[in-house]
Design a protein around this ligand. Sequence first.
Ligand code: PGA
Length: 248
Amino acid sequence: MRKRFIAGNWKMYKTTKEALAFAQGISSLELPSDVVVAIAAPFTQLAALQEALAGSGVRLAAQNMHFEDEGAYTGEISAPMLAEIGVDYCIIGHSERRQHFGETDETVNKKLKKAIASGIEPICCVGESLEIRDGGEAEDYVASQIQKAFSGIPGGEAVGVTVAYEPIWAIGTGRTATPEQAGDMCSHIRHTLGTLYGTGVSEKIIIQYGGSVKPDNASALMNTRDIDGALVGGASLVLEDFWTIILA
Ligand code: PGA
């Protein structure tokens, strides 16, 4: 049985003060035992959240990392730096990073390998633009993203990678994919992973859907065979909404 995994992606929102208030709130709630919950916070909040969330069961994620351990990369943060402060997961290849910060399939692949080597569990984002979907190319495009992201990663390590399917046209737009669209693509992703590694591995990999997941659509999306959880942006900023999605 694959675990359920709900991760909040705070993007560039919340000051440390606001983050700590959220942490205090979520720590007072009892997490369902069958759901893994993580929060991907801005770098400046990670150390404070690590302390504030200790004992709560909520895991900590970063939103990005560099693929080298160290070096002359002004403004960047490495995987060992994240591991040192107890970060459990890192989002890799979010479409906003691909779009605004030059992230490519090649850097995503390097980052996945480095995260795994550093003991950080990657959440690898894939997803097509509206143009690609309308052109009927979405399945091929996403399969290619998966093949390139996992290139050179052995099956024994691939099982620890979470894949987040996030169609770009559904992120922050309020226009969510239907459960059928999301479920079909997540099945296609699992099939693609199966061709790379066999079903023994692909059936173990956690696949999330992301893109305008809200309290009122979460349970329909999660009730599809190949969607094991969600990567939640906007709705993860408000504790009540995020909590409703966790319970869904
Ligand atoms: P959204 O963002 O839930 O606000 O659409 C999802 C994401 O970008 O991870």
